[in-house]
Write a protein that binds this ligand. Structure first.
Ligand code: TUI
Length: 328
């Protein structure tokens, strides 16, 4: 890992930087997670303008929505913008085409294997950064020419893999020579510093950015994150093969009961449909599915995205500077 202490950008003071900053043209090695129904052009632009990598979530939306949000973000900032493509979406193919046409600087992918799109994205000059939840997937993506990898542990909100961030990041790091971004269970400078110690060269945070001022998610969603405790999330959907971490709400509990109470697959699938939109847009505390990571309790206040980036990076810097205290 090439850690470079660049002094120019901060008036002679050393600052936290890594190879992913140079590769993507960002100041802080911090990505904002591509949260479906939530991460729009406005949030992505605020994060990128603040020095991180803002990412527009395609989620289950059609290509026209992604194009509109990308253009909105570009009207708000000149900095690089990413798009996250959720590969289970019926619109994944058309979204894949639009990001190539619009030449998004970065594409991240989730919940599947983006192999069939990789060549066209690379041809368009896009830096492809897939989310991986296993070593096998990391190796596959490396062979296909990914620019970097996001190693996402099961502490994260939303669709989760088997491994924790602590176990996954060093194994992915050892499996490829690509830069690794750690995700899942990171909300502050302590998590960021720890991720770097595990071999990552940057982090992705979703839950922390839910409470960014520029995040348009329903206010009830933000209130629930701010009120969350350590045991406030749970994983449902394992039976259908799509485990999802969300807040322990009436919806999540009744879904879990249906899941283990023998509800037929089709009915169970229908029960989940639309629940994320109800949470994000309507703030529906009964029928909504409030995706959130295990670190929700570490999110203490609503604040501008730029302040989140600065706080997390500065805290990580302090911890890393003091790390030599452990060796005497
Ligand atoms: O994708 C996410 N998080 C998400 S997606 C989402 S929306 C959704 N809608 C319906 C069902 C499920 C989710 C909400 N949150 N994170 C990235 C992520 N990707 N986590 C784990 C993975 C992953 C899992 C398996 C990536 C690749 C993979 O490979 C499978 C294969 O094809 O080998």
């Amino acid at each position: 890992m090439t850690w470079t202490a660049l002094s120019k950008a901060s008036g002679g003071k050393k600052m936290l930087r890594s190879e992913i900053c140079e590769r993507l043209g960002i100041r802080y090695p911090i990505f904002q997670g591509g949260m479906a129904w939530i991460a729009d052009g406005r949030l992505a632009a605020a994060v990128s303008e603040g020095g991180g990598l803002g990412i527009i979530a395609a989620g289950n939306a059609p290509a026209a929505y992604v194009q509109e949000q990308l253009r909105l973000a570009r009207s708000l900032t000149q900095k690089p913008i990413g798009v996250n493509i959720m590969l289970l979406s019926p619109y994944a193919g058309e979204v894949a085409q639009v990001v190539a046409e619009e030449r998004a600087q970065v594409v991240t992918t989730g919940a599947g294997n983006p192999a069939k799109y990789m060549e066209s994205w690379k041809q368009a000059g896009i830096q492809v950064v897939p989310v991986v939840a296993s070593v096998a997937m990391a190796k596959r993506m490396s062979r296909l020419g990914a620019a970097a990898l996001i190693a996402e542990g099961g502490e994260s909100g939303g669709h989760v893999g088997e491994l924790t961030t602590m176990a996954l990041v060093p194994q992915v790091r050892d499996a490829t020579t690509l830069p690794v971004i750690a995700a899942g269970g990171i909300a502050d400078g302590r998590g960021m510093a720890a991720a770097l110690m595990l071999g990552a060269c940057g982090v992705q945070m979703g839950t922390r950015f839910l409470c960014a001022e520029e995040c348009s998610v329903h206010p009830v969603y933000k209130e629930k994150i701010l009120a969350a405790g350590d045991l406030c999330t749970m994983v449902t959907g394992k039976r259908l093969g799509h485990p999802v971490r969300s807040l322990r709400t009436p919806f999540a509990r009744s879904y879990m009961q249906a899941e283990y109470g023998g509800m037929p697959d089709q009915e169970l699938e229908a029960l989940g449909t639309g629940a994320l939109r109800l949470a994000a847009q309507e703030g529906d505390g009964e029928k909504g599915c409030f995706l959130a990571g295990q670190i929700a309790a570490l999110v203490k206040k609503e604040q501008p995205a730029a302040q989140i980036l600065r706080e997390v990076a500065e805290e990580a810097e302090i911890i890393l500077r003091e790390a030599s205290k452990w060796v005497s």
